[in-house]
Design a protein. Structure first.
Length: 178
């Protein structure tokens, strides 16, 4: 047993090193170690909402995801938290509403963006919300996500070459863009 534990610890070193590198170059700042955060993806937006729940939210696809929060506050008099993200289907928006309501039952206003794309029965048949919820609750689910690992490796390559970090537009989206 005395020989097994040191060998096991030594075998875990590469994994721990990889996880540390992942956290340092994480494309969506899941662990909060970076100064800037890409808030254009569902994980970052929901994490932000969980940190500062709002009674007013916006749900929908990319048409609503890029609204100016200051302009919305100026027009409505209320601070809305924008949970919309690119490629969001109606089912995902409704699932996200249920999740947001479970986290903050004091929701007062919900803006739900609809379009012919989101109402189309063939658009976005698989909701990503179950995966997002799992990743928010379990950091290992986030660490082992293939897409995020590819984005992290792209971030490393970009940093070495002096280019910008990965943004949502550069990531692959399993649903068609709207």
């Amino acid at each position: 047993m005395k020989k097994l534990l040191p060998k096991l610890a030594l075998a875990l070193v590469p994994f721990l090193l990889y996880f540390a590198i992942f956290a340092m170059f994480d494309p969506y700042n899941y662990f909060g170690l970076q100064k800037t955060t890409n808030t254009n993806n569902p994980i970052s937006r929901v994490q932000g909402f969980l940190k500062e729940p709002s009674d007013h939210i916006i749900l929908g696809d990319s048409r609503l995801a890029h609204f100016d929060a200051d302009l919305i506050k100026q027009a409505s008099g209320e601070q809305y938290y924008n949970l919309a993200f690119g490629g969001a289907s109606l089912e995902e928006s409704l699932d996200l509403f249920e999740y947001a309501y479970a986290q903050n039952p004091n929701l007062k206003h919900v803006v739900l963006g609809l379009s012919f794309y989101t109402l189309n029965n063939a658009y976005g048949s698989v909701s990503r919300m179950a995966t997002i919820e799992t990743q928010l609750e379990n950091p290992f689910a986030y660490l082992f996500n293939l897409e995020y690992n590819v984005n992290m490796l792209t971030n490393i390559a970009n940093k070495l070459s002096g280019a910008a970090d990965v943004t949502e537009e550069e990531t692959r989206n399993p649903l068609p863009d709207d």
